[in-house]
Design a protein around this ligand. Sequence first.
Ligand code: AP5
Length: 222
Amino acid sequence: MRIVMLGPPGAGKGTQARLLAQRLGIPQISTGDILREAVRKGTPAGLEARGYMQRGLLVPDELVVRIVNERMAEPDAAKGFILDGFPRTYAQARALEESLAAKGQRLSMVIALDVDEETVVKRISGRLVCRQCGAMFHALYDPPRNDNLCDKCNGSLYQRDDDKEETVRRRLQQYREETRPLMDFYANKALLVRIDGTGAVEEVKERILKALETLDGQNDPA
Ligand code: AP5
């Protein structure tokens, strides 16, 4: 299956993509995670992306498309993948379509998580991420057992640089202007499924799995 997760910052794309990836045995490809790792390592891509990310702006299409194409070409993505945070602009959506078509492939489904802005801000402001394994927690909704330590690997937890209020507002604006229009793009291709992203993580996961059942029998469209 080749799935795209769409939704505003903090909608739960990463949380759900991770769960689905485990369940379906295909990789989660998160452009945000790949870019943050590049920034941390100080690679040329990271140096280029850093300023945009710190300001809550989208990183240039060309750079992101290159990163995703490289990642999709790795062997573990041959049977499918979950794209988390990509595409985010028309140019990225078209580039994805082209690179899949070149391999005789197309997307299976685009899942849009519907969450109102008030909820999104609450989720982002409490988010804690493990420095070591990338596991995600929330100070109120999913607190770690030990303060500031990851339940899974004992790594230290931190708040993302771009989770400050001012930057979150800019990210939401970018979403409204650049990414939300992709809902129509994918609805016109009969690929879009809107999922209520509110409620508990497990509830949202069940809604997504139910939507994916509709793909049974046409499991891996060429
Ligand atoms: P990215 O990392 O993709 O950030 P984002 O899209 O803003 O999304 P988030 O990671 O903030 O949220 P999410 O929807 O994954 O929610 P999560 O599951 O973490 O991008 C960061 C930056 O990189 C961008 O601003 C841009 O600069 C650059 N970038 C990345 N991709 C790009 C692209 N394609 N083009 C250009 N630039 C790009 O959940 C949030 C919190 O809520 C967590 O604490 C979680 O535990 C909690 N939570 C999740 N679900 C629930 C629930 N159901 N109930 C209660 N709490 C929940």
